[in-house]
Design a protein around this ligand. Structure first.
Ligand SMILES: [Fe+2]
Length: 176
């Protein structure tokens, strides 16, 4: 049986209804892995996503968003960032994402100043999804063209969140 986008959205909704905390988010991650291997879904919703993002679903009750992402560029490297008070699940469909998790090592006392230490790097490969829970700082890199799905706890463009430059030890608000 092929697992469809509609089934995923319904299962994600139910997962939030059962537990809107980490357990529910991890259940969404597990459900997303089933969707990522549906080649019809990948063809229909991701194959033409050569850059940027497209909204696939917004849950009215729990306010989570499901988005199609993609890049056809090689060697695309993102800055470390947090997801504010929200969380994000990243699921790989094609290509791969090199994920790096960073730990904040300063005390946060100095405005605009942030010191990060690289904690862990792992490749996110097709059919796999990873949860970045509230407070996690991560960065993504795409060595080759890739397609992925991102589920976020709310609209990340509207909440306070930060991007980090570990080399210069600065942090900058990403949203107005
Ligand atoms: Fe992210």
């Amino acid at each position: 049986m092929t697992y469809t986008l509609e089934e995923f959205c319904a299962d994600a909704h139910n997962a939030m209804e059962n537990d809107s905390g980490s357990a529910g988010r991890d259940a969404i991650r597990a459900h997303l892995e089933k969707l990522l291997v549906n080649s019809d879904f990948v063809h229909e919703h991701l194959s033409t996503q050569s850059s940027g993002k497209t909204l696939l679903y917004h849950d009215q009750e729990f306010d989570f968003y499901v988005m199609a992402h993609g890049t056809d560029a090689g060697n695309r490297k993102g800055k470390p960032h947090d997801h504010g008070a929200s969380w994000a699940v990243y699921g790989q469909a094609t290509g791969m994402t090199n994920m790096t998790i960073w730990h904040r090592v300063d005390d946060g006392d100095q405005p605009g100043h942030a010191e990060l230490a690289e904690h862990e790097t792992f490749p996110l490969k097709p059919g796999h999804a990873a949860l970045f829970d509230t407070g996690v700082i991560h960065s993504t890199a795409h060595p080759e063209p890739a397609r992925w799905v991102r589920v976020t706890g709310t609209d990340l463009d509207t909440i306070e969140r930060y991007a980090y430059d570990p080399g210069r030890q600065v942090m900058k608000r990403m949203t107005p």
